[in-house]
Design a binder for this molecule. Structure first.
Ligand code: HEC
Length: 116
């Protein structure tokens, strides 16, 4: 049982994936399962949209790789190389810019599933 649990966790925080190069690839691999490929959140896992974060690129990378909050539900990717976290954070900020570039009175390209 314990082995199953450890395997399930390490598959998320496993960074032996030379075929994944862009921030989008890495985001889709590590984050989309919960947040969706567009960062709009997922009803099925009750995960909030992360494209609405107010954190900076560095702030997002630190949020991915470290946590001091015992209440936090999101896994800490403690073995993720910082450069990978920065590439993912850059991709998330691009998704955010696409979202915010659309005025509120127009149809957003992405629909928020779960607001934070
Ligand atoms: C197992 C599901 C899960 C995965 C995988 C996951 N997250 Fe999250 N994320 C959450 C949850 C749940 C929250 C809401 C905060 C909390 O309770 O942990 C969250 C919150 C966030 C936030 C908002 C933080 C804030 O306060 O501004 C950001 C940004 C974020 N996630 C980015 C990511 C990125 C980038 C990845 C991939 C490296 C990722 N998440 C992977 C579940 C997940």
């Amino acid at each position: 049982m314990l082995i199953t649990v450890l395997t399930a966790c390490s598959s998320r925080d496993d960074h032996d994936h030379p075929n994944l190069k862009t921030g989008a690839d890495l985001f889709n691999h590590h984050c989309a399962e919960c947040h969706g490929e567009e960062g709009t959140g997922k009803l099925v896992s009750q995960t909030p949209a992360n494209i609405l974060t107010r954190r900076s690129r560095d702030g997002i990378a630190k949020y991915i790789t470290t946590s001091v909050n015992p209440q936090r539900e999101m896994p800490v990717f403690s073995t993720m190389p910082y450069s990978e976290a920065i590439a993912i954070a850059s991709h998330l900020l691009i998704l955010q810019q696409l979202y915010e570039a659309t005025p509120n009175n127009m149809k957003k390209p992405q629909v928020l599933m779960i607001a934070p």
